[in-house]
Design a protein around this ligand. Structure first.
Ligand code: HEC
Ligand code: HEC
Ligand code: HEC
Ligand code: HEC
Ligand code: HEC
Ligand code: HEC
Ligand code: HEC
Ligand code: HEC
Ligand code: HEC
Ligand code: HEC
Length: 352
């Protein structure tokens, strides 16, 4: 009982503060009918994007429309609640995704904004007979919805930006749907609504051979989590070969290996031309991603005369009769160390 008084005093002070806060909040509220839910202050609401170099945002959930489904021209929207009645499990998974959050907020402030039907099209005919394929826009290869309708629906909100070159891209021509890489129905990945837990695993569904190149002796640190396929490739399509993000291979590499860009007083011609003259982009069983070991890689080009041309025999090895510094240690690189280009006073031979 000895502590009763102070506690009571604190409680009284707290109550008074709370009441005064509530009163003040009420007096600040503007007069009018029930308070409106506002859309969040993000790019979600902005019709067109001016966000500097960030990708162009989608038009925003506030602009969502019921998708058009050419296979069910007479269908009418029936609203999320009717879908939930039959699709409880899917809806539970969907709840935690970005689209669900955005569309629910928009739908609550304006009930005409669809939720499920923004992607799946009007549902009345499907609900009447769920077994007929195509009456609802499905996103699998056997859903009865043509791939073109699937991608078009996503692109009504997501055209442009990174997807400017989707039409005609390697993946579009191979009949991929957005849902081969994305699954907006559940949160499988931390970002990007990928169909698998990471970008790399998503690509590996079909490019397992490429992912395996990253387990070679030397490799880009992709399994270690330092980069992903999407650092070099734009899977949505580009004007460049192999879906590369940049016009040349070298520009891709310079993004992270800026030191190799130079400028150099003494350039090594094959480096300027293409890093892949000597390196593999994903992984190699030679050291440092090389296509062949030193000295053979050098001798692919330097064969006309003098020491670059010498045959590297067994005798030239450390245990041989005439050990040769071109095979020992770092081989040619022992002396021609600045192989990517040099600013050293020793000049054109790329010595240190
Ligand atoms: C009366 C119950 C019912 C209602 C209401 C209903 N569905 Fe379905 N839906 C089904 C059934 C059953 C299937 C499975 C059909 C099958 O396997 O052939 C299905 C399948 C689907 C599929 C998969 C299609 C495919 O082939 O890939 C989608 C997408 C879908 N429903 C979305 C919706 C949406 C969106 C709504 C609300 C607009 C909705 N459904 C309303 C019962 C319903
Ligand atoms: C942003 C677009 C989008 C919205 C919004 C959306 N879906 Fe989907 N839905 C998809 C895609 C894409 C798939 C195919 C997923 C896959 O690869 O299996 C899909 C698949 C489904 C399926 C087939 C079963 C499955 O999980 O593969 C059902 C059923 C379904 N959705 C119901 C709904 C319902 C109900 C809602 C609303 C609560 C809804 N969807 C909202 C895009 C959407
Ligand atoms: C009604 C418009 C609308 C439709 C239809 C729509 N989206 Fe979105 N989506 C958005 C908005 C808005 C965002 C928020 C990000 C932004 O502003 O770009 C978003 C975000 C995304 C993201 C990024 C998620 C993240 O975590 O960063 C992916 C991936 C995506 N959508 C894929 C799809 C796919 C695939 C479809 C078709 C099945 C689709 N969307 C259909 C409006 C839409
Ligand atoms: C071959 C796989 C693949 C396909 C097919 C694909 N995407 Fe993506 N998408 C990705 C990857 C990987 C990322 C993450 C890119 C990053 O983080 O730089 C991404 C990111 C996105 C984003 C979020 C980032 C942004 O650019 O705004 C949206 C939205 C998106 N994709 C929409 C689509 C739509 C729409 C389609 C169908 C027309 C589609 N994607 C087809 C792999 C794919
Ligand atoms: C559903 C299967 C599938 C998925 C998933 C997929 N691809 Fe592809 N990809 C293909 C097919 C099919 C081709 C065309 C045949 C080929 O060149 O191997 C292709 C081609 C490519 C090419 C070569 C294009 C060219 O012009 O040489 C690149 C690069 C590529 N994909 C990267 C990716 C990346 C990165 C991802 C993940 C974000 C990805 N792919 C996910 C099926 C897929
Ligand atoms: C460090 C940059 C980089 C990363 C990371 C990368 N690639 Fe590549 N990739 C390239 C380059 C450069 C080429 C072009 C090779 C050529 O011109 O011979 C290429 C070529 C390809 C090709 C077509 C040629 C072939 O070898 O079949 C595919 C498919 C491909 N990459 C898929 C992937 C996938 C999948 C991932 C992720 C697991 C990935 N790439 C990660 C740079 C990269
Ligand atoms: C997104 C960033 C990124 C891009 C793009 C990139 N690299 Fe790398 N690269 C790295 C990182 C990180 C390492 C690891 C560095 C380390 O371990 O010190 C690395 C390592 C290397 C190595 C040394 C590997 C070893 O085993 O020692 C070579 C060679 C290399 N990269 C060549 C290239 C080439 C060629 C390209 C263009 C096709 C390229 N890189 C594009 C990030 C990148
Ligand atoms: C003439 C062949 C050749 C070309 C072309 C070439 N490299 Fe190399 N690169 C090498 C050799 C040899 C090594 C190993 C050096 C060593 O062991 O000290 C190497 C090592 C590397 C390394 C790891 C060690 C370091 O110096 O950081 C990176 C990163 C690298 N190269 C990036 C590139 C990039 C980026 C390009 C294109 C701009 C390129 N290389 C073009 C021969 C080449
Ligand atoms: C793809 C062909 C190619 C490969 C591989 C290559 N080089 Fe070169 N290298 C050249 C060309 C072309 C020149 C410029 C020759 C000129 O200017 O006369 C050059 C110039 C040089 C020079 C300066 C020669 C001079 O007289 O200016 C040296 C030293 C050299 N390379 C060493 C090497 C070494 C060491 C390797 C292996 C790590 C190597 N190169 C791999 C094509 C290549
Ligand atoms: C012990 C140091 C050393 C080693 C190891 C070495 N070089 Fe050299 N290299 C030189 C020197 C010094 C020169 C300049 C010779 C001159 O100016 O006459 C030179 C010149 C060159 C040149 C210019 C053309 C020429 O013949 O004058 C090329 C190309 C070259 N080296 C390639 C190679 C290759 C390829 C290897 C590996 C097979 C290699 N070097 C190993 C020291 C070395």
């Amino acid at each position: 009982m000895r502590h009763g008084r102070p506690i009571a005093a604190v409680a009284v002070v707290l109550c008074v503060t709370l009441i005064s806060l509530v009163v003040r909040a009420q007096s600040v509220q503007p007069p009018g009918d029930a308070p409106k839910l506002n859309l969040p202050e993000t790019n979600f609401g902005s019709p067109e994007g001016a966000r500097g170099d960030l990708p162009r945002p989608a038009p925003g959930f506030a602009h969502a429309r019921v998708a058009s489904n050419p296979q069910a021209p007479g269908a009418k929207p029936i609203g999320e609640r009717t879908c939930v009645a039959c699709h409880k499990l899917e809806v539970d998974h969907f709840t935690h995704t970005l689209h669900a959050l955005g569309l629910h907020v928009a739908n609550r402030s304006d009930p005409h904004i669809p939720v499920c039907e923004a992607c799946h099209g009007p549902g009345s005919e499907h609900a009447a007979d769920p077994r007929v394929k195509g009456l609802i826009i499905g996103y699998t290869h056997d859903s009865g919805t043509p791939i073109e309708t699937q991608t078009k629906t996503c692109l009504t909100c997501h055209s442009g930006g990174a997807r400017d070159r989707w039409l005609g891209s390697a993946h579009q021509r191979q009949d991929l749907s957005c849902s081969d890489c994305h699954n907006p129905m559940a949160k499988f990945s931390a970002q990007g609504l990928m169909a698998r837990s990471s970008i790399n695993d998503t690509c590996a569904q079909c490019h397992k051979d490429i992912l395996e190149q990253f387990s070679r002796r030397s490799h880009m640190p992709l399994p270690e989590g330092h980069l992903s396929c999407a650092d070099c490739h734009n899977p949505h399509g580009t004007l460049n070969d192999h879906l590369l993000k940049t016009a040349t291979v070298n520009e891709t590499c310079y993004q992270c290996h800026a030191d190799k860009r130079g400028p150099f007083l003494f350039e090594h011609a094959p480096v300027r031309e293409n890093c892949l003259n000597c390196h593999l982009p994903h992984g190699s069983n030679q050291s440092t991603l090389l296509v062949a070991p030193v000295p053979f890689i050098c001798q692919q080009c330097h064969t006309n005369f003098l020491h670059p041309n010498d045959l590297q025999t067994k005798q030239a090895l450390g245990t041989g009769l005439h050990p040769d510094e071109r095979v020992l240690g770092r081989g040619c690189l022992t002396c021609h160390a600045n192989i990517h280009g040099s600013n050293a006073a020793s000049g054109v031979r790329f010595h240190e």
